[in-house]
Ligand binder design. Structure first.
Ligand code: PLP
Length: 387
């Protein structure tokens, strides 16, 4: 089905931060499969983990214990406020589990009437009907109505509006610490803390969608760590599998109280191949100094991009984001900028708010920053000349 507006780039292979077309052309990949290839392409440690597991066991379903999955769950809990993990296959499924968990929690704790979630305008939580209903994006919902009941959206960043939307039926608050698809819109630290406080005050669960901003992208393992808050539920996916499809819903013991045997499931979720690869991703991301390196490289990239933006006010209005999750606010159409960067060999991702996203693999160094800036400067300079 032609559901994607694909570029006419036939891909063949990848190596580190580079993607190669079948024609042999090399691209610097600052799209990273939409923040999925956290360690770039064909990372030797991931290739080794996947091929070793492939020779042992691919799939066995959740009828049995999967040691690699237990180990991954323990590691994710040690990294977060969570005590329980449910493994699935995508970000949308991590959201689905989060939403079901929220309803079950209130049902289990004597408040079955509490089922509504307050989400934010401009958010994105995936393409299932429930995830679309949560985000409330009219463009994505068009033709797919009716929505699932129980979701409202308030202005992102406005605590007063959020607080006044809470009623007796409110069950949870749902937020992306940095909105990805919405245009790299970063929540203020005080806003995230205010959400935590409001949830505590009204007995709501705080659900953070870290599907795009998590797994080291901002220089901390989870982006909400910058605010020092402890969410009740964390949805993660994308970078967690480093390119192997997987997702996870993390929750505190308290929040997950209703998720007992038989209440939720997935045939493929927690598959041994996915578990082996995700453990290998963590091996690298949790290495001493890795996240500090992401922060440092992010600062260099941000500094260079700020200079670019300042030098080309006719093309760019500003820079957004944190770490290696950055957005160039365009004055010209972002789709046109994206296309011209692609023509010059730099892969990026368009986002909402007329933004071009830069989501490089976390393994890039300053030489890749220079290479990207070379292309950005060239495209910007040519654009200025042509105008
Ligand atoms: C990509 C994304 C999703 C959906 O993930 P899929 O794997 O495409 O289902 C959910 N939330 C956020 C914040 C995302 O960026």
């Amino acid at each position: 089905m032609p559901t994607y507006a694909r570029l006419d780039l036939e891909v063949e292979r990848g190596e580190g931060p580079y993607l190669y077309g079948t024609g042999g052309r090399r691209y610097l990949d600052f799209a990273a499969g939409i923040a999925v290839n956290a360690l770039g392409h064909s990372h030797p440690h991931l290739v080794e983990a996947l091929t070793r597991q492939a020779g042992k066991l691919w799939h066995c379903s959740n009828l049995y214990r999967i040691p690699e999955g237990e180990r991954l769950a323990e590691r994710l809990c040690a990294l977060s406020s969570a005590d329980r993990v449910f493994f699935c296959n995508s970000g949308a499924e991590a959201m689905e589990c989060s939403i079901k968990l929220v309803r079950k929690y209130h049902d289990e704790t004597g408040n079955p009437g509490r089922y509504k979630m307050i989400a934010c305008e401009g958010s994105f939580h995936g393409r299932t009907l429930t995830a679309l209903s949560a985000a409330g994006n009219e463009k994505h919902l068009k033709g797919f109505l009716p929505t699932m009941a129980g979701f409202t959206q308030v202005a992102f960043g406005n605590l007063n509006e959020l607080r006044s939307a809470i009623d007796d039926e409110t069950a949870a608050v749902l937020v992306e610490p940095i909105q990805g698809e919405g245009g790299i819109r970063q929540a203020e630290i005080d806003y995230l803390r205010g959400l935590r406080a409001a949830c505590d005050e009204f007995g709501l669960l705080l659900v953070v969608d870290e599907v795009q901003c998590g797994v080291g992208r901002t220089g901390k393992f989870f982006a909400h760590e910058w605010a020092g808050i402890a969410p009740d539920v964390i949805a993660t996916a994308k970078g967690l599998g480093g390119g192997f499809p997987m997702g996870a819903c993390l929750a505190t013991e308290k929040a997950a109280v209703g998720m007992t045997p038989g209440t939720h499931g997935s045939t493929f979720g927690g598959n041994p191949l996915a578990m082996a690869v995700a453990n290998a991703v963590l091996d690298v991301v949790l290495e001493e100094g890795f996240l500090a390196q992401v922060q440092a490289t992010g600062e260099v990239l941000q500094g260079r991009l700020k200079t670019l933006v300042a030098g080309h006010p006719e093309l760019f209005a500003g820079l957004r984001g944190a770490g290696l999750m950055l957005g160039l606010e365009c004055v010209v159409p972002n789709g046109e900028m994206f296309k011209r960067l692609y023509d010059e060999g730099l892969l990026t991702v368009p986002a909402g708010d007329n933004v071009v996203r830069l989501l490089p693999p976390l393994i890039i160094d300053e030489s890749h920053v220079e290479e990207a800036l070379g292309i950005l400067e060239r495209v910007s300079g040519n654009w200025a000349k042509a105008a």
